[in-house]
Design a protein around this ligand. Structure first.
Ligand code: 1CP
Length: 344
């Protein structure tokens, strides 16, 4: 069996046609996803029912033939495993109990107890490693500590991550303790995913862009670096994709600073800039604007070709710059892959 394309790109190989997958590829733009989610009843039941979570993970693979599948779960399961209350409000998004002080942070459960809650997720991974086609790679994931902390402090998604910034600046010791606890839990969680069969893991730092200067180093670079070092010590050779979304110039040295094997790019950076400043010797992933999955047409075709050409001289994994949205048209996903895989 030839090595999977995704694994080859992650090892630094420049491929004729880059491997492709899509953030949120299992999602509400697919009728079959909506049907399985309805069968589960609600989003969290879907995450915690291994047979159904595996089913929705496989749906986009069957329909489109992506080169990788990403485990169906959510970054907010780690806070829940640490003791936070978590629920989803239909049409609005996630809600959690808030964390406002040191006492609340100290009351979180120990990092090594997260498996008690997260065991069903590892079962999903085991099912997937049996059922995926042999040329499709399986990606596990977790949120990065800063991004997870922004939800734990505020109890919800926030436009500017204000509550987390306030705790970080007002009580740096308490905030540091929170980051450490999430970091340790994330190491346990990702290690268990790898032991269950994940071949790659991705660390989502969706709100890295709101960290500036020393804060970026302290709360985006350092925890990611610590997670990667621990994973590679336990599981030598395991490749890691890091996604410090909207990091801007912070993308330049991110792989070197954290030992990530691949840096995922959002669509606010120009592919030519990223090819010059980020891709040097390092695999990059990205970075088609998700809006093209709604609008399609010639603009989609042109932009897929543009991104493919811009990154053609180094290792590249094709992806969107952020998750596909519920209003996307599945036909545009098929058109994206067809264009990407056409002969030059
Ligand atoms: O209605 C639904 O079905 C729920 C929508 C949904 C889905 C499909 C949520 C709620 N989570 C997910 C799955 C999910 N989340 C995956 C599965 C794998 C895949 O990509 O197909 C992954 C990797 C995530 C990661 C995730 N969850 C992130 C990081 C990536 C990103 O989008 O920036 C974040 C920030 C979350 C939190 C979250 N979960 C769900 C929502 C709507 C949100 C964002 C909330 C907010 O900021 O307001």
């Amino acid at each position: 069996m030839a090595e999977k394309l995704l694994m080859r790109a992650l090892k630094g190989e420049t491929l004729d046609v880059p491997p492709a997958w899509m953030m949120r590829q299992a999602g509400r733009y697919l009728p079959e996803y909506k049907a399985t989610r309805a069968q589960a009843g609600d989003f969290l039941s879907l995450c915690y029912t291994p047979e159904l979570a595996a089913e929705v993970t496989l749906q986009p693979i069957r329909r489109f033939g992506f080169d990788a599948a990403i485990l169906f779960a959510d970054i907010l399961l780690v806070p829940q495993a640490l003791g936070a209350d978590l629920w989803f409000v239909t049409g609005e998004g996630p809600r959690l109990s808030t964390l406002t002080d040191r006492a609340g942070i100290d009351a979180l459960k120990p990092a090594d107890t997260v498996h008690e809650t997260l065991n069903p997720i590892y079962e999903t991974v085991r099912i997937l490693s049996r059922e995926l086609p042999e040329d499709v790679a399986l990606i596990g994931f977790a949120g990065a500590p800063w991004t997870v902390a922004t939800y734990m402090v505020a109890g919800r998604g926030t436009p500017d991550q204000g509550p987390a910034h306030a705790l970080k600046d007002g009580d740096p010791d308490a905030f540091g303790a929170l980051i450490d606890r999430i970091t340790e839990a994330t190491i346990e969680y990702l290690s268990a995913q790898i032991e269950a069969g994940a071949e790659v893991v991705k660390i989502f730092d969706s709100w890295a862009g709101s960290l500036k200067g020393d804060d970026f180093t302290r709360y985006a670079v350092a925890p990611t670096k610590r997670i990667i070092a621990a994973l590679k010590a336990r599981h030598p050779g395991i490749p890691v994709i890091a996604f410090p979304r909207q990091a801007g110039d912070g993308y330049k040295n991110f792989a070197r600073e954290t030992s990530a094997d691949c840096v995922a790019l959002d669509n606010s950076v120009a592919p030519e800039w990223a090819a010059e400043h980020v891709q040097r010797g390092v695999c990059v992933q990205g970075n088609l604007a998700p809006g093209h999955m709604v609008t399609g047409g010639q603009a989609l075709i042109d932009e897929v070709r543009h991104i493919r050409e811009a990154f053609a001289n180094g290792p590249h994994i094709f992806n969107l710059g952020h998750g596909i949205t519920p209003d996307a048209d599945p036909d545009n996903v098929a058109l994206m892959l067809e264009t990407l895989r056409e002969r030059r």
